[in-house]
Design a protein around this ligand. Structure first.
Ligand SMILES: Nc1nc2c(ncn2[C@@H]2O[C@H](COP(=O)(O)OP(=O)(O)OP(=O)(O)O)[C@@H](O)[C@H]2O)c(=O)[nH]1
Ligand SMILES: [Mg+2]
Length: 228
């Protein structure tokens, strides 16, 4: 199968120029590939736009196929480059979007707290992940549009319960009011980093080693390939 995350070659040039360091110096320590999934209209693109550009657009322009943004954050004095893929929620794009699951290290599943169907469908999205993503992919459920309290049909407790049943973390977010967006991306990045740092291999002393190498630490060659 194609490494869906290894193209296009221009991926790193598009939105992260301000995050790059001087020529020649390392621009990042880790590259994490994230995916946003969920029904059409739940706010995936807006959540990503809030995170990448700190902006919000109230006009609904449904995503065609797949798109991505890049932002580099800092965690524990390490630069974490987040390559975030925004999928179309519409059914007609399902074949193309599921092809991107395999390379994802973290998947954010979104529903809309004012839309019961989008919440019910989280189970289907989780099933899709089980079928198409890596087994150890980090998952997080986000109940978006939490600024619309008057139109809420899914309580925060329902969201927490669903996430608990699937053993994944949970937050309510608002792309519009800028609630928990930064926190959600930071949390999933931290969880992926923790998991990656735990996969530490100690080179045996006999080989004259003693250095410790994080498996899959993607700032080197691994950055060009898919994860996990
Ligand atoms: N009130 C409110 N509206 C939001 C929020 N996030 C998104 N919206 C609105 O919801 C609509 C859909 O948002 P999108 O981000 O385009 O939805 P999407 O999930 O990317 O949809 P697809 O690309 O079709 O899968 C738009 O009109 C947004 O302005 C939010 O946090 N609060
Ligand atoms: Mg979209």
């Amino acid at each position: 199968m194609l490494d869906q995350f290894s193209y296009p070659a221009t991926a790193t040039n598009r939105t992260d120029s301000k995050h790059n360091t001087k020529m020649g110096s390392k621009a990042y320590d880790y590259l994490f590939k994230l995916l946003l999934i969920g029904d059409s209209g739940v706010g995936k693109t807006c959540v990503l736009f809030r995170f990448s550009d700190d902006a919000f657009n109230s006009t609904f322009i449904s995503t065609i196929g797949i798109d991505f943004k890049i932002r580099t954050i800092e965690l524990d004095e390490k630069k974490i480059k987040l390559q975030i893929w925004d999928t179309a929620g519409q059914e007609r794009f399902r074949t193309i979007t599921t092809a991107y699951y395999r390379g994802a290290m973290g998947i954010l599943l979104l529903y809309d707290i004012t839309n019961e169907k989008s919440f019910d469908n989280i189970k289907t999205w989780i099933h899709n992940i089980e079928q198409h993503a890596s087994e150890d992919v980090e998952k997080m459920i986000l109940g978006n549009k939490c600024d619309m309290e008057e139109k809420r049909v899914i309580s925060k407790e329902q969201g927490e319960k669903l996430a608990g049943e699937h053993g994944v973390s949970f937050m309510e977010t608002s792309a519009k009011a800028n609630i928990n967006v930064e926190e959600a991306f930071t949390k999933i990045a931290r969880d992926i980093k923790r998991k990656m740092d735990q996969k530490v291999v100690s080179t045996p002393k006999e080989s004259g080693g003693g250095t410790v190498k994080a498996v899959g630490s993607p700032a080197g060659d691994g950055a060009k390939k898919g994860c996990c």
